[in-house]
Design a binder for this molecule. Sequence first.
Ligand code: ADP
Ligand code: ZN
Ligand code: ZN
Length: 750
Amino acid sequence: MNEINSSLYIEVAVPFPVYNTYIYKVPEQYADLIAPGSRVFVPFGSKRTTGYVLGFAKAKEFKGKILSILDLLDSKPIFPKNMIPFFKWASDYYIYPIGEAIKSALPKKVDFYEQTFFSITNAGKEFIKTEENFSAQKKILESLIKKDLTIKGLRAKFGDSAPASLLYSIEKKGFVKKYSKIKGKSSFKRRIKKDRLGEKIIRDAPYPLTKEQASVIESINSSLFNGFKTFLLAGVTGSGKTEVYMNIAAKTIEKGLSVILMVPEISLISQIERRFKARFGETVAVLHSSLAAGERYFEWMKILNKEAKIAIGARSALFAPFENLGAIIVDEEHDTSYKDSGGFGYNAKDLASVRAKLANAIAILGSATPSVASYYNVISEKYEGLYLKNRIKKRVLPNVEIVDMRQKKDLKGIKKFITSELKLAIADNLKIKKQTLLFLNRRGFANLSICAQCASPLRCKRCDISLTLHQKDNIYRCHLCGYFQSVNAVCNVCGSNSIKKLGFGTEKIEAAINSLFSNAKTIRIDKDTTKKKGSLVRLLKKIKNKKADIIIGTQMIAKGHDFPDITLAGIICADISLNFPDFRAGEQTFQLLAQVAGRAGRGDLKGRVILQTFNPDHFAILSAKEQDFIKFYNQDIVFRKGLNYPPFSRLIQIKIEGKDKKKALQTAYNIGELCKDLTGKKAKNSIEILGPVESPIAKIASMFRWQILIKGTNSSTLRRFANKLFFDNQKAFKVSGIKTTIDVDPIFMM
Ligand code: ADP
Ligand code: ZN
Ligand code: ZN
């Protein structure tokens, strides 16, 4: 019989920066076991690597020598076959190598797989005694007396004189026995019965729905098993969105389908996880990055083995290996942490709709402050909009009072930022023994230390951003790369030792509050106080147990938590993020402020918010005051349309970084020229090239940074353009010592 025809061939993706897939031959002994979604061990160039089986292939179409796989790493696929078109779509859209895309979708740091070990049998031992020839067979058997080994291990020892086929023939003779063992499995405790604050999770039952909830559920339900659709659930904070998610999840499970629930990264101890576990118990799998490797493996297997019907996690939960998906829910859909900032650069919120579509499922995006892009999709009838306008139990939204900081110019220093209005409100709140939250937007806050002589700011030598004073440690620190300088540092422009501090951080606010309210217990939640593992949980526990009267915090505290005793929220300076060089600055400011305001008054008492700002008339501030996202949208969309920003256009950003300044600039310039050539020839009117320009943060960790922004009115024209640019000019992109990244639909453009 013709050998070619009887052989089995597979298509394999390898985790390397390559955009093709590769064909391998499958030795006979693996033929019955191999399936799409399995991992194989393959030779690749001069290396050997894990690869992912994407399907079976025909050898005829390939010229040249086809290599055989070296080993099969799983006896069962580690992701279902029907996820392969999804991986292909994502890899294509984000112009990212498919093997690397799959690798980053699988639980990280866990090189887990079922390994096949060989052990010698008594017959094998007898054979060695009688066999006089010094054969490869004998060598292998002798080494197995000392220790059981895998094919990989045997190969490491004997090289190619121990081919898999020889082993399998020895096995057939009965000299060795195969067994499997899981690699990467470690011991760990299950967390299902306690939440992350260590409190018991008691099973609960659904609430009787409110009229609004019932009507929203009715709309979703009517299309739940009717093919793909995306819903945007816009519901004010505390309007019962989570109860809606749980209701839909229950219905989906009833039909034998499964559910993915995504939550933003920050919610380490998200309330929602606790509530889902209370409602659904053992059937919930959790895919957090905070889990230990063994735990993550365990949760992944629970899904694969169909013991879990619901997967909850941050953006990587998008890749939960469900074969029969019914619904994907994205909570806090406006949150930018759904965008991966690594190489893959996928947006899990956008991909939620794609995966749902390929699985014929539904996607639900929920938020109190929906993103402009998502609401635009409702307006243009791509999504169906659903609304929860009232808080549960008729709890009213907090009352937001705006304090105009422009009137406070005469006050000096830090105290200027604790206005008399805020001070009074805190005092009142302390009197009724309720908790106060003070919020400072640290992101981008210019905690500027400047030279009194020449006014130059103290900057990080590597990152070109200003350093922040850390009083406790007596140092100035760079928040991007960690570089630090002693407080005794002199100005690196003129050498003067008179450095003055403008601006301030949470530490300063805490000190000021302590001096103003010496009897109050304060705690601070920011990057510095939560560095140690478990410290955030400890601080949150303190809030929950009322061991703190005043909580001073950053973004970390803005979302996902539900503390009923916080009745006052003070926003120290609402404007900070408004000044970012980014077209989403207004949107992100609005969302952040509305979310912080939403933290107040979650219990039975009405909440109060003091919002201090230098821009009391800005529409982002005014819409946040009213927690009215449509009001914000209606103004922001006009600005976006005027400047042809998304959602009216799509963006692809090329980032060029390198330690060699000249080389980085030259690479950026070369790619820029290629862009211009290509626009000249093609798609002239619909593609616009911005740059190359130095990035707003021109240097991070000694890397000089440049960027080119490609703007396209039509998504597919833009993608074709980017593909052509990249794949026809690989040389221009692959420059030694220079990192080029293609960011499709960029969000972090600094
Ligand atoms: P959101 O997710 O919109 O912030 P939640 O789902 O957390 O709102 O609901 C707010 C509070 O109201 C929660 O404590 C929740 O348990 C409660 N709740 C939700 N739905 C109902 C209902 N139908 N009846 C009574 N209480 C409800
Ligand atoms: Zn730095
Ligand atoms: Zn100076």
